[in-house]
Write a protein that binds this ligand. Structure first.
Ligand SMILES: Cc1ncc(COP(=O)(O)O)c(C=O)c1O
Length: 330
């Protein structure tokens, strides 16, 4: 990621890195101001930390996004105030797959003299990430998203930035995070990063092609499908798809029995629909969120897997569309 080794601080994962970036900067700059800006489509590691900081007297603006899940740089500029101390906007969205033009947010932040953090978890190891080109001051990454071990991640902290520590104890991580290092995790993360870097370009092309062929075949063979998020500026291999007139959760369970794993965009429990906050933020209706399925292809998937998944989806969707409950038919 083009960071100096001294700028990398190992954590227990992306969640801790996000928590540390937000809390650490909030506490270290609290004399300067109490205002933080983020987006309503962020991962809970950012949203919930911000909500908790609100209880401590910080004022957080959760910016609206457009229908692909991106904040408009003008909206960001308009929200910056003299008391703004930190802006945090993710590089790519885990639910809808859109890649944000983060350097534009960093530029707006720096023009106003505000620090900028980005959750890089979904992008790092899948698309080229250069913290100097992006001009981020802090960036969170996670090992298990790049086939490394679970329970290890890192926070990039640009040279010269002061940040409060959250874990006190020993002098590890340059006196910034106490606690004996998770050496096996760190070594595994390092190896995974090395492997990803050597395969990034070829895997990214392959995954983009697999996802494109999957969606094309769904459009032709299943029909009534549309992509959530940006049509092309997306995480390679990631798709969030609305199936018209289908209960995504039922589809998910049917696929699971066929050995296909995916995730749904809404859950229906005790008759009440719990819609994903991200899908709600990008303007999806309840029916569309209910019909959403998130699918990601990985390094072990092949064109044959695409065929197996398309056939299974075709069969289940045809059945589910026939037996559709009133609540999901539009
Ligand atoms: C965008 C984003 N941020 C943060 C996290 C949390 O990372 P970890 O699982 O390493 O705590 C995730 C994990 O799903 C994520 O997708």
């Amino acid at each position: 990621m083009n960071a100096a080794p001294s700028e990398i601080h190992f954590t227990s994962g992306g969640t801790e890195a996000d928590n540390w970036a937000l809390r650490g900067i909030a506490y270290s700059l609290k004399e300067k101001g109490n205002h933080i800006i983020t987006a309503e489509t962020e991962h809970p590691a950012v949203i919930d930390t911000c909500k908790d900081l609100e209880k401590e007297g910080f004022d957080v603006s959760f910016l609206f996004t457009d229908n692909i899940g991106s904040v408009h740089p003008h909206d960001l500029e308009a929200e910056i105030r003299p008391e703004t101390i930190l802006i945090s906007i993710m590089h790519s969205n885990n639910e809808v797959g859109t890649i944000n033009l983060v350097h534009k947010y960093a530029e707006a932040a720096h023009e106003a003299g505000v620090l900028f953090h980005s959750d890089l978890v979904q992008s790092y190891g899948k698309i080229p990430i250069d913290v100097k080109l992006l001009d981020v001051d802090l960036g969170s990454v996670s090992s298990h998203k790049i086939y490394g071990p679970k329970g290890i991640g890192a926070l990039y902290i640009r040279q010269g930035i002061e940040i409060e520590q959250l874990l006190f104890g020993g002098h590890q991580e340059r006196n910034r995070r106490g606690g004996t290092e998770n050496v096996p995790g760190i070594v595994g993360f390092g190896k995974a990063a090395e492997l990803r870097a050597s395969r990034l370009e070829q895997d990214s092309i392959r995954l983009k092609n697999l996802a494109a062929s999957f969606f094309e075949r769904l459009s032709e063979e299943v029909g009534g499908v549309k992509i959530n998020g940006h049509p092309s500026r997306r995480i390679p291999g990631h798709l969030s798809i609305v199936f018209d007139g289908v209960d995504g959760e039922a589809l998910l369970m049917n696929l699971d029995t066929t050995g296909i794993s995916a995730s749904a965009g809404a859950a229906c429990s005790s008759g009440a629909i719990k819609m994903s906050s991200v899908l709600k933020a990008i303007g999806l209706s309840e029916d569309e969120a209910l019909g959403t399925l998130r699918v990601s292809f990985g390094r072990d998937n092949s064109e044959e897997d695409v065929s197996v998944a398309v056939s299974a989806i075709k069969e289940h969707v045809a059945r589910l569309r026939k037996t559709i409950p009133e609540a999901v038919s539009s």
